[in-house]
Ligand binder design. Sequence first.
Ligand code: GLA
Length: 736
Amino acid sequence: MGIHYDDGARVFKLDTAHTSYVIAITDEENFIGHAYYGASIRDMDVSYLMRTKEAPFVPSQNNRDRSSFLDTFPMEYPGNGVGDYRESAIAILDENGNTAVDLHYTGHRIYDGKTGIPGLPATFGDETECSTLEIYASDSVRMLDVTLFYTVFEDVDVIARSVQITNRAKEPVYLTKVMSTSVDMDAEDYQMLTLHGSWARERQIEYRSIGYGKQSVGSTRGESSHQEHPFVALVSKGATQESGKVYGFHFVYSGNFLAQVEKNQFDSLRVVMGIHPQDFCWQLKENETFYAPEVVLTCSENGIGAMTRTLHDLYRKHLIRSPYKNKKRPILINNWEATYFDFDTEKLLAIAREAKKCGIEMLVMDDGWFGYRNDDNTSLGDWQVNEEKIKGGLKNLVDEVNRIGLKFGIWFEPEMISPDSNLYRNHPDWAIALPERTPCRSRNQYVLDLSRPEVRDYVYEAVASILRSTNIEYVKWDMNRQLTDLGSAYLNRENQGELLHRYVLGVYEMQERLLKEFPKLLLENCSGGGARFDSGMLYYSPQIWCSDDTDAIERLKIQEGTALIYPLSTMGAHVSDCPNHTVGRVTPFATRGHVALAGTFGYELDITKIPAEDREQIPQQVAMYHRYNELVREGDYYRIASYSQNHEYDCYGVVAKNRMEALFTFVQVLNRPNYHSRRIYLQGLAPEKKYRIELGRENGEASILYGDTLMHAGIQIPNMWGDFQSVLLHLTAVEE
Ligand code: GLA
């Protein structure tokens, strides 16, 4: 068991394989203090780190310096409005208009295993894999009970935190802020590592220094968003992929979030993460409980790469549930970039026939098959097949595709409603809108009010009845606009502030239902590309469309940022046609294949129209996928060089857990004149093993070198002619 309690000292110690987390309860007033989080330590009672015996940190008996105490004490879950001026974790509005919360320890429970969080995605593990500490705290005046949950995943070096709040008073209380985690620590020289982006440019890596005051990323868009990401890491100065201290905080949630680092007057840091308090106000009636989503915390002394591999392992083992999680995904061909809205049964079948010849395994019919949707202005909500396009109906098409030998997948955008749709004409009040205001359109559509049960039921049935009607084995669940005009015709005045969170709960509920009814379905989430690529969605779908930008070079940056925290097995990545539809760039077909290999792999092009020399490469790429996918999906990921930093070349690799095999991808983005070869230093190999190196292009000879040579002395990658060239290095350990 990774959790220990010292009754005398009133100290909790949580241990993973390489980290310790210590919580201590203060003597007089039962404050729950944070003593330590970092590399493993042996001592249990390190409550001296909380400095409760040093002026001005003493909670004075006569109350004279109480505010100094509260403003400096490392509180495990700080309440609002009683003297701690740093960001609080919880704030309320009570019947009297007061906002303060003052929490004190009342008890705890420790057990093996982990319980789920009602209605929310969460990491899981059985009694042998994790143990949980529940700390009970209470505001006895306000009669608010708070449970702090800490689950220790010993083997993967992760602590998962979440919070539950119950109102024990007769009168309702309004929660105006509920963070899922707050961690106080001394401000060493950390940098803040976050992911930012936009449509077609998701999850770009950014470092910034931490100044006094608050610095944050967040989303108030109703989804985790293209723009900022529910993740923050503190990276010690000079840390590399392989060395240095790194704390990672990742929110398992798909809606609004705040991830904030605050540096205070005494050079301590407070990191908070949770649902963004903006537009959040949750009514809790007597004995009702609010469940806050989970944050996963990890700390590594071995650099950024160790954090990455920890999160990959956590998600692969303890978050993704799909039966596909450890399986090869069918290689799909999607018709979006091939045809956009201009397709019919014949075109789709022609693509399927040609795809089959090349070894592709599934056809996905994207947007435009329903209502009378021939552009993006209509029909969302009218999930009936357009038989003018899909002549003979959907079942006929699916049967034909199956007969050709391909599986069939389909696109939906269940959360949306077009103003020009029968659904909207019949139920205008089902759209999220403010009374007396015309809601703002985005891609000419509105968002359905998923806080409303009949809306969820209707949309669920619409989707499910299509899936029941024929043999559909994959669904791409899209979400193409962010939320505005936050009003619900369904919610009462006192519940309007619940809309954004209820919306996310509605999405989760619908996807849960879908997976219960269709347990074998391969679900891929998507949101205008990768705006809802988050760990919340991974609980429902084992893969998420990474970005609408399929250009191999732009993808290097997008996939680097994504792979920083998400396993490669989750990254939707396809080979598309050139000039690329987003940036107009022309890259070699082989490079496009190598880059897509780092994800789920598939095609997004009109295979009947692409140049013959490209099409001829598809069977080899298919073989490459089959050969390497298991390694890519299950291996340990290493970032060797970053094009986003060096602007010339990119290199990353995966190494099998048993170190017997590895695959490194090198992309020479820009060629350099008068340059012979480039040295790279591999990582993750067993130093004492000999590896046979096979270059996935004709220009390299196989050679055999020790792991330590490959990692410390490096290897020369031959210069390639032209820009955007790439090469795979496949390594297999050879017996002595
Ligand atoms: C979004 C998706 C695309 C495609 C279109 C269809 O942009 O990310 O892959 O499905 O919608 O409208």
